[in-house]
Design a protein around this ligand. Sequence first.
Ligand SMILES: [Zn+2]
Length: 333
Amino acid sequence: MAEKKGVEKKYSIGVDLGGTNIVSAIVNCQGKIVNSLKVPTLAERGKEATIKRIIETIHENIIQSTIALDDIIGIGIGAPGPLDVKRGIINFAPNLPGWIDVPLKKKLENEFNMKVVLENDANAAAWGERCFGAGQGVNNLVCFTLGTGIGGGIIIDGKIYHGNNYGAAELGHMTVNKDGPRCNCGNYGCLEAYSSATGIKNRIKNRIKEGIKSKFLNFDNDDELLQSLRLKSIFESARKGDKLTKGVVEEAISYLGIAIANIANILNPEMVVLVGGITNEGNKLLIPLRREVKKRAFYSNCKSLKIVIGKLGGNAGVLGAAALLWIPNNCSC
Ligand SMILES: [Zn+2]
C-alpha cells in the first residue's frame, strides 16, 4: 500500500504543557477528542524528568487510543513561552524551573519519528477556537486567555501572527494605566494586574489592608484563604452589592474593555474571543464589557465586532495544538 499523505491521515496529537498539568489528546480533524490523558507536570523534579513525562504521556495516549501510528500526522505542542516557533525551542518558562533554550521539537521528533510543531500556549488556544470553536470561519480574530495570568493570540488573515521574534500578542501586558499596580512582569498598570484572577484577588487584598470592609468576604489578612477563593464567589458578592468586591470587579471589566477597545482600533478584527475562568460569568461579563468597548473604540471598528466567549472551555489549548498540524476540514475523516 502506498504511504498515506498528510491530509489523508486521520488524527493528530495535541499536547498542552502547563506548569501544573500535561494534557495529551488524540484528535481527529474535525476537532473530536478520541482519547486524552492528563497527568501532573511535577515541574519541581526538573527539566529532564518533565520531558520524560511528556514522552511517556504521549506514548500512553497512543496506546490507549489503539490508533495506528500510520494514521497520526504529527504532534502539536502548546507551551509557555517565550519560545522560538520555527526552531521549536522553549527559551524560558517561568512555571517550568530550569527550562532554558530547550529544543523540545527536536527531542520529540527523535522519539516519535513524526512531525512536531511547537506554539505558544495562548496562540494554541486562539487557534483552537479559530478551528473548532467560536471562531470557525473567522480569519481576523483576537483571543484573550483570562486565567491566573492573561495571555493572547492574534489571528490575521487566517494565520497566527507571531511578530518579529515570536513575542506578539502579550495582551495581558498592555499598559492600561500608567499609575497602576505593579505587574508580575515588572511593569506597572498592565491589564493582567487588573483583570486576571490573581490581579482581582490582589486588589481585594490591598483594599482590605487599607481598612475597607467587605459585607460578604470575611478573611481579613488570610492570604491563603483569599487565593483559594473562587472568582464566582467574588462576582456573586459584587452582585449582592458588596462595595469592596463591586469596585474591584467593575474595574477589572472596565480595564478589559479598554484593552479590547485598543485592539479594535489597532487591528479591527471581526471577533474577540474570551476564554478562561472569568468567562463563566457569561452575560454578566459581556454586557458591561461591550458597553465599555462601544464607549471607547471607533464606531466603525466596533459596530460589527463580535465579542464572544469561547466554546471549547479548557480544551481550547490542546485542540488548537492538535490543529496546528493541518488546515481544518481539509482531510478525509
Ligand atoms: Zn505585565
